[in-house]
Design a protein around this ligand. Structure first.
Ligand code: ATP
Length: 356
């Protein structure tokens, strides 16, 4: 059975701004359980409370309410250095005058680990991260990616129970991000460590996570595997946040036993469907061809392995995705169909909960 490692129960936080001013809650009753060895990615737009959640687990921030438990132990009043966690964040500041070896050794020195054991731990971490040849260099003599690897090395030498990553890739260029993303995933899994990984990047979330926790405005909306989040998003926001090109959201309404979304009609499934709806259709479930409703191609974006096509159908604009190169051209008259079995129906009001 999977062992529970990090538990947040009813964690809330409100920052005090100026006297007399009440800031909105940064976190509202967050409940989250991370099991041992799991890589949990916390994702959401800027300002939704991801970093605050991580900093509360690290002990860098006190919650106003609720509890954090790590390995069965309440973290109430436990300072960061006694929590058995290591944090890696964006633009990690490495001491400029130290070599990589000294940087990696530092946390062990602070703990009074003797020299031979320190050397062994540093060599082991350097081998894992493939940074052996950097050990004698200072941060000023390294690339951004190399510095990020050293920062990770500094976190792993201590063999913490829990890794906390806060946007560790955001300062790297796009191609390096992909490589280091892969390395972080492999490293965390090789170490069998538990990790909480914060990002606003949905690709990082989908590719790295065992489970994804989606946040918005201080609330946790859904915690599930990447596939479940993608195929069965709890709300229209979750559906639109994960996936590129973005899910199409079409304003819709209930008409008897049918859902009417622009020119499309779908059978209404399920009970108690509200009157005002939104239909969500992923671009790969929009087909352009001979069947369906008449439309016009507005734009064609070939990417190589796939093509994104923007098409107008009635008064609705949809994004479609097809394999390889698409022969359609701007201005073409076409027919457009959506896959009724894959279309999702959301409440247009409240939190935009999925109803079918
Ligand atoms: P980003 O992706 O932009 O880093 P985030 O999801 O990590 O965003 P947080 O940094 O957790 O968001 O911030 C959540 C909310 O709390 C925001 O509204 C932010 O302005 C506020 N906040 C965070 N830290 C403080 C602070 N020290 N004092 C006041 N308000 C704060």
């Amino acid at each position: 059975m999977s062992e529970v490692e990090v538990v947040l129960e009813g964690v809330s936080k409100r920052f005090t701004t100026r006297p007399g001013e009440t800031a909105p809650a940064a976190l509202q009753a967050i409940d989250l359980t991370v099991t041992r060895g799991e890589l949990m990615v916390v994702v959401g737009p800027s300002g939704c409370g991801k970093s605050t959640t991580l900093r509360i687990v690290a002990g860098l921030e006190e919650p106003d309410g609720g509890t954090v438990t790590i390995a069965g132990r309440s973290m109430d009043g436990v300072p960061p250095q006694d929590r058995d966690v290591a944090m890696v964040f964006q633009g990690y500041a490495l001491y400029p005058q130290m070599t990589a070896r000294e940087i990696l050794e530092f946390p062990l020195k602070m703990r009074g680990v003797e020299r031979a054991a320190r050397t062994r731990a540093v060599d082991e971490a350097a081998a894992l991260l493939r940074i052996e040849r950097l050990l004698d260099r200072r941060p000023g003599e390294m690339s951004g990616g190399e510095r990020q690897r050293v920062a990770m090395g500094r976190a792993i030498v201590r063999k913490p129970r829990v890794f906390l990553f806060d946007e560790p890739l955001s300062n790297l260029d796009a191609s390096l991000r992909g490589d280091i993303r892969l390395e972080i995933g492999q490293l965390v899994r090789r170490l069998g460590a538990t990790a909480l990984y914060v990002t606003h990047d949905h690709v990082e979330a989908m590719t790295l996570a065992d489970r994804i926790a989606v946040m918005r405005a201080g609330k946790l909306l859904q915690v599930a595997t990447p596939r479940e989040i993608y195929e069965r998003p709890a709300t229209s926001f979750v559906g639109a946040f994960l996936g590129t090109p973005r899910m199409n959201l079409i304003p819709a309404r209930l008409d008897g036993r049918e859902v009417v979304a622009g020119p499309f009609r779908l059978p209404a499934r399920g009970e108690k469907i509200p009157a005002q709806l939104e239909v969500g259709v992923r671009p790969e479930h929009v087909t352009i061809g001979e069947l369906g409703e008449p439309g016009e191609i507005l734009a064609v974006e070939p990417l190589g392995p796939e093509t994104h096509v923007v098409v107008r159908v009635g008064d609705v604009e949809l994004r479609a995705q097809s394999h390889g190169f698409d022969t359609h051209r701007r201005g073409d008259a076409v027919h457009v169909a959506i896959d009724p079995d894959r279309a999702m129906v959301f409440d247009a009001e409240g939190d935009g909960a999925r109803v079918a």
